[in-house]
Design a protein around this ligand. Structure first.
Ligand code: ZN
Ligand code: ZN
Ligand code: ZN
Length: 370
């Protein structure tokens, strides 16, 4: 696939700029982004070696070679047998490298052994090379993110229209159903399915408990997964919608209206050239003016792609300008401790002619009676 050739070229160009002699990728999202293959997190090493000059080689446990979808124009495959030392094979491949970068989530045991075998090599993180490249999505990647977004949009619509019953079921039961629907919709993995009802909605990362969902409660659902075609990296979905199991009280309606307005402003303000801090500030200022600022206790959003959370982050400390092709969530929330909470989340891609909002499910607070 030519996208991988293009990505490898861009990795090499960045390595040259940064004086990196070798890039080593193992467990984590950089490897599938560059090769379509996701390493199994095992005690057996899988590692792609990309020398700055020279051909890329993927070292794979022999028994896993059949899992690798070959892309010979990008890398060759070397299966190592049970009696070989894969770290020695990698060390030999990059012998003489002065500076190497290694995938941030590579198991420490392999890095420790590599350092032992390569005393003349200094190591940095592969995110220094690959992170900014991965943050800029090409048209194919945006298509993949859009397809995944539409799957969770349809599930959100089912929640909002009562096709997924809530009252009388546990949060865990509803969470499991969301997960099944994510898979039925074509994702190959569920990454999370938060269902938080009543006071649990005040905890942003509440998962799903044995609490039975009652009438007259807010139910916050935040769910997503990874969707991929064989031999291609998977791309993530992520959406949050809230429904109310009965007529909401006016205090909640006021809270939700403020959230809805702030999220809308931030979505429209997610423009190329604005910094992550500025877009975060748009939502934060809106909620502060409405009197809810103290209850918005997390950053506005995270980048999304092969990983559910990746660069760029929309947070007060990020002063980098948004670029064409950045994909990220816009997800302000209001969390009133022990009482209730709400969050509204969409995935947006920054484009030259304005924000391209991937999620299209309705954003209003729906009342469900079942
Ligand atoms: Zn999160
Ligand atoms: Zn989410
Ligand atoms: Zn998110």
């Amino acid at each position: 696939m030519s996208v991988f050739v293009d990505r490898l070229d861009r990795v090499r160009a960045t390595m040259t700029e940064q004086g990196v002699d070798a890039t080593l990728l193992s467990v984590g999202a950089d490897l599938p982004w560059l090769t379509g293959y996701e390493a199994t997190p095992l005690e057996r090493l899988t590692m792609l070696v990309v020398p700055r000059d020279g051909d890329a080689v993927m070292f794979v446990p022999e028994l896993e070679v059949p899992r690798v979808h070959p892309h010979p124009e990008v890398f060759s495959i070397v299966g190592w047998s049970e009696t070989e030392d894969p770290v020695a094979l990698v060390a030999k491949q990059i012998a003489g490298a002065r500076r190497a970068v290694i995938g941030d989530t590579t198991w420490a045991r392999f890095l420790v052994d590599l350092i032992g075998q390569l005393p003349g090599t200094t190591f940095g993180r592969a995110s220094e090379v690959v992170g900014s490249l991965r943050a800029v999505k090409d048209a194919h990647e945006v298509d993949c993110l859009r397809v995944a977004a539409h799957v969770v949009d349809a599930i959100a619509h089912e929640l909002q229209t009562g096709a997924i019953p809530l009252i009388g079921r546990t949060e865990a039961d509803v969470s499991a159903e969301l997960g099944r629907r994510i898979i039925d919709g074509g994702h190959h993995r569920v990454n999370f399915a938060i269902v938080a009802s009543g006071p649990n909605s005040a905890s942003p990362h509440h998962h799903a408990s044995d609490k039975v969902i009652g009438p007259d409660e807010v139910v916050l659902c935040d769910f997503g997964g990874t969707m991929s075609a064989p031999g291609e990296p998977g791309y993530c979905s992520d959406i949050t919608r809230c429904v109310y199991t009965g007529e909401p009280p006016t205090e909640f309606t006021a809270l939700y209206d403020a959230l809805f307005a702030a999220q809308g402003k931030a979505r429209l303000g997610a423009l190329v050239g604005h910094t992550g801090a500025e877009v975060d500030g748009i939502a934060r200022d809106g909620l502060t003016e409405a009197g809810y600022g103290e209850y918005f206790i997390h950053r506005l959003g995270h980048g999304i792609g092969v990983e559910e959370h990746e660069d760029p982050y929309l947070v007060a400390s990020n002063h980098e300008a948004i670029e064409v092709g950045n994909a990220f969530s816009i997800e302000p929330g209001i969390y009133v401790p022990h009482t209730w909470g709400a969050r509204l989340e969409d995935i947006v891609v920054a484009a030259a002619d304005g924000p391209d909002v991937l999620n299209q499910a309705a954003r209003e607070l729906f009342v469900v009676e079942a």
